[in-house]
Design a protein around this ligand. Structure first.
Ligand code: CP3
Length: 370
């Protein structure tokens, strides 16, 4: 049974009070925006809102590794709640990491300072893929537990966003063994070992489906699927090797009764194909003006974005101007979620992030009035 706070993206499901009320909570504001229903103003939250730029996070990080924080629900919930409260955003994204599902699949990895994630024995052959386990997703229950704690704190006050990696981006870490420049190993498997690639995609989706289901049952209102590095693919490769399986995952997640935000970077040329996954919302990077992209998609889905995260290092006046430009491009149309085009980076002044929240509130009223 899904809990009553879960709303539905599917027409046949009964209407949920959370999206039908006039007096909007922040939680209903983001859910409504995902579904392109009218809202009083666009909801706002930030990719990586609970990260190293925040002193409260650094304080927790002094005593715990990243994985410890992820695996201790009290800590993960605390970091999530602190960031969302401090910023006054409309949604809290659960503190976790993309690579957590690797462990129950039998792949050891660690985060090395300055290097990002390192997978000790990258997946390269069909036998490597065959060895990956798909029956231990229950071991990821600590993320759902953290979500429950965040829900207990916020109730319906703000939206709770769960997340997972998309099949391509997760596979690229598994095969490359870490971050990559040209994705040669990942693309080589895709081209030359189609059976291994397909099995890997299927196994990832089997695990992600269970993992996301736990998150929704714990109270996540929305699921974001991070396909951060999908922009390295040509449209043809995306269509042949990635689109069908991603569509399958997104449909499954929607069948749990929550909207899906599908996000990647440097995706301008891929967006029409990414739209075909049926995701409720596409997350946009900052390289193309939001209005142009949205129009090119015939406004047929909601969009999230797309302030350049490095703009947060500018003076408030310039930040205000850029926020206004994005709101103007969105034109008050239902289905815009204000966010950055990628995650907040370390060193970002926290007060500038708070300014953005204030600017979105102030300026969306102005833009609406014209
Ligand atoms: O507030 C939030 O947004 C939630 C927390 C969150 C983390 N990772 C915590 C984290 C989220 C949403 C992620 C997702 C994630 N993890 C992505 C996709 C997001 C994106 O930016 O597109 C990716 C690619 C990963 C894998 C990963 N985790 C990398 C590449 C790194 C190293 C990055 C770096 O700058 O060093 C991480 C580490 C990580 N995950 C950190 C945090 C706060 C920073 C490291 C730390 O605290 O030690």
């Amino acid at each position: 049974m899904l809990p009553s706070r879960v709303i539905s993206t599917m027409q046949q499901h009964p209407p949920n009070p959370k999206i039908e009320t006039d007096g909007l909570t922040s939680g209903s504001r983001i859910v409504r925006a995902c579904l392109r229903k009218p809202v009083d103003r666009p909801p706002v939250w930030f990719l990586r809102q609970a990260g190293r730029y925040m002193p409260e996070y650094q304080a927790v990080r002094k005593h715990h590794s990243l994985l410890e924080i992820c695996k201790k629900p009290e800590l993960a919930a605390e970091v999530t709640v602190t960031a969302a409260e401090k910023l006054g955003v409309d949604a809290a994204i659960i503190f976790a990491d993309l690579l957590l599902p690797f462990e129950p699949m039998g792949l050891d990895f660690e985060f090395q300072a300055g290097e990002g994630p390192v997978v000790h024995k990258p997946v390269r052959t069909f036998d490597d893929v065959k060895r990956l386990r798909t029956d231990r997703a229950a071991e990821l229950g600590y993320v759902a537990e953290a979500i429950q704690k965040v829900v207990t704190h916020f109730k319906d006050r703000i939206g709770i966003i769960g997340f997972c990696g998309a099949p391509f981006t997760l596979a690229s870490y598994m095969i490359e063994g870490g971050s990559s420049r040209n994705y040669i190993a990942a693309k080589t498997m895709m081209y030359r070992q189609p059976d291994a690639w397909r099995l890997l995609m299927d196994k990832l989706v089997a695990v992600l489906r269970e993992y996301v289901k736990q998150q929704v049952e714990a109270g996540a209102d929305v699921i974001q699927i991070f396909d951060s590095w999908v922009g390295v693919l040509s449209v043809e490769d995306y269509r042949d090797f990635v689109l069908p399986i991603t569509k399958t995952l997104i449909r499954e997640v929607q069948s749990f009764g929550v909207p899906v935000i599908y996000f990647g970077v440097e995706t301008a040329s891929l967006l029409p194909a990414m739209r075909e996954t049926g995701a409720d919302v596409l997350g946009l990077d900052w390289r193309t003006p939001l209005g142009d992209i949205w129009k090119s998609l015939d406004c047929s889905c909601a969009v999230q974005g797309n302030l350049d995260p490095i703009t947060l290092f500018a003076e408030p006046e310039l930040i205000r101007e850029r926020v206004k430009q994005i709101l103007t491009q969105a034109g008050g149309r239902p289905g815009h979620i204000f966010n950055l085009g990628h995650g907040i980076v370390p060193g970002t002044p926290v007060e500038n992030v708070q300014h953005v929240v204030r600017f979105v509130r102030e300026l969306s009223a102005e833009v609406k009035r014209g």
